[in-house]
Design a protein around this ligand. Structure first.
Ligand SMILES: [Zn+2]
Length: 340
């Protein structure tokens, strides 16, 4: 009897030890989805396929926006986030030409699109995961092309007067800014255009053209130095999850007025000291659509490394006149955060 108890104890102890050794090492080795997708430098092959939702998914068969085009330049090349669904890349090329025609400088400066295989990112952005979101700077492409180094360092210009609460700075905003946003909203493949609430308000107060498209301009935190274009799921993209349609009307209503209350800007409540702090759970690969594991595991599409050429930090740097002043892109989001 005594020896049996001892055996049971020994077994129990062995179990405890195994548990104590094995469990934490597995947890440490398991990388988060943003670490896995953030480590990808090239897209996989196969057909272009947005998988999942804008804020929870990945992308197969991405193509890169060339770093330089006649009416665009891609910014912050070191981030390697100029990959998108072909529908987004061809949209950006067309939009950039139309923007230049409109009088928006020599075209557009393009910020982040997506990582080579989409997915969550280590820094910035809840969305941009399926190659159908792109950020456009509120600064036109200058006449003299920006060097790679300038594209890294050029600061952002906010359209807001930061000495006031949610107010567009009339010294920076112009009717061409307004026309550019409405041009973006005018394409049938554009689903939403995200802008700062102050910019949406300015548009509501001043836009005298067709107001039926104003509803596509959606107010959200940040987005005062760039605006964000979201495309509909392309036709036939069976794994792409649609977003609920924007409400009818121009959106110059209660939903906009809410942004000018205290609620969206209130500091998060301090944690309850009587409760154990809850660590926010990280998004893991298993949380994304199943097909994203195959996207991650697939070999890189041959020939794609060339697209990275212009990302090289050692590209020749030609001195250029300095550019206007701006501030950081990845604005921390206060809570609560409404659905976009
Ligand atoms: Zn964005």
């Amino acid at each position: 009897m005594a020896s049996m108890t001892a055996n049971v104890l020994r077994l129990a102890l062995a179990g405890l030890l195994c548990g104590a050794i094995a469990a934490p090492s597995v947890a440490q080795e398991e990388k988060t989805a943003k670490q896995l997708f953030g480590a990808q430098t090239l897209p996989n092959g196969g057909a272009a396929n947005p998988i999942g939702f804008y804020a929870k998914g990945c992308m197969s068969g991405a193509v890169a926006l060339p770093a330089d085009g006649p009416t665009w330049q891609a910014m912050r090349l070191s981030r390697n986030r100029r990959w998108g669904n072909p529908a987004m890349i061809s949209f950006l090329k067309g939009f950039s030409g139309d923007a230049a025609q409109l009088g928006w400088g020599n075209g557009i400066l393009v910020g982040d699109i997506s990582q080579p295989r989409g997915g969550p990112m280590i820094t910035g952005h809840a969305s941009h995961q399926i190659g159908l979101d792109a950020d456009i700077w509120f600064t036109p492409k200058p006449a003299a092309p920006l060097t790679v180094a300038e594209r890294e360092a050029m600061p952002f210009t906010s359209m807001l007067d930061k000495s006031k609460f949610l107010t567009v700075d009339p010294r920076r905003w112009s009717p061409t800014h307004a026309k550019l946003l409405m041009l973006a909203a005018s394409y049938p493949q554009v689903e939403r255009v995200f802008v700062n609430p102050a910019i949406k308000k300015k548009m509501c107060e001043t836009w005298t053209g067709d107001r039926s498209l104003l509803g596509k301009l959606r107010p959200v935190y940040g987005h005062d130095e760039h605006f964000h274009i979201r495309l509909f799921c392309p036709p036939g993209a069976a794994n792409c999850e649609k977003q609920a349609a924007v409400a009818k009307g121009d959106g110059c209503d209660k939903s906009l007025a809410w942004w000018f209350t205290k609620e969206p800007w209130a500091a998060p409540k301090p944690p309850d000291p009587t409760k154990k702090p809850v660590k926010p759970r990280q998004v893991m690969l298993a949380d994304l659509p199943k097909a994203c594991a195959a996207v991650l595991a697939a070999p890189a599409r041959p020939g794609m490394a060339d697209a990275l050429g212009a990302n090289a930090a050692n590209s020749p740097v030609v001195p250029q006149p300095s550019e206007p002043v701006m501030s950081g892109e990845d604005v921390p989001l206060p809570s609560p955060r409404p659905s976009r």
